[in-house]
Design a protein. Structure first.
Length: 173
């Protein structure tokens, strides 16, 4: 089952999430198990399976990182269970700086200012990576697919940093 086909969307990293949500609601209304309450057991099972597919597809396509991983998997590159790390030295150095800044939050003279700076820095970097990813992910060129995979790995790391920043911010409260 191709989730883009399920939602009648052109396979793309850049999708209109409002249209996705609208089509999700339409599909949910059409296949919801409650509509099949008086149907045969087989039809009930099929409705449950179809609902699960719709939910899985929506969840996958709604989130940019999982959408990117899904697009790559459609092209034969599965990142979902890998442990490959990013080899970009510039990114690794930046990552170390961000981690040091995260560790300094509690002892910083103005932790709120540092948190704001990190939010801004993370956001700018994520936006830059997302723009680059959108341009290479749909390529049929094998080198572009590898580049896209590295960019997805970076976005996954950035998501982890955002979670750590949120925890640090919560700890201050």
């Amino acid at each position: 089952m191709n989730y883009f086909e399920l939602f009648s969307l052109t396979p793309s990293y850049r999708i209109d999430t409002a249209i996705l949500a609208e089509r999700y609601r339409e599909l949910q209304r059409a296949v919801h198990p409650d509509k099949f309450a008086n149907a045969s057991e087989q039809d009930k099972r099929m409705a449950v399976q179809r609902t699960a597919q719709v939910n899985d597809g929506y969840s996958t396509l709604k989130h940019p990182i999982s959408r990117a991983e899904y697009i790559l998997s459609l092209q034969g590159l599965d990142l979902s269970h890998e442990s490959t790390t990013v080899k970009d030295m510039g990114f690794l150095m930046q990552q170390m700086e961000w981690r040091e800044s995260l560790e300094e939050i509690a002892s910083h003279t103005d932790p709120d200012e540092l948190i704001d700076e990190l939010h801004d820095s993370f956001g700018r970097y994520e936006k830059q990576i997302s723009v680059e990813l959108a341009s290479v992910i749909e390529s049929q060129n094998k080198n572009d697919l590898n580049t896209a995979a590295d960019l997805v790995r970076k976005l996954k790391f950035m998501a982890k940093l955002q979670e750590e920043l949120a925890r640090a911010e919560d700890a201050l409260l």
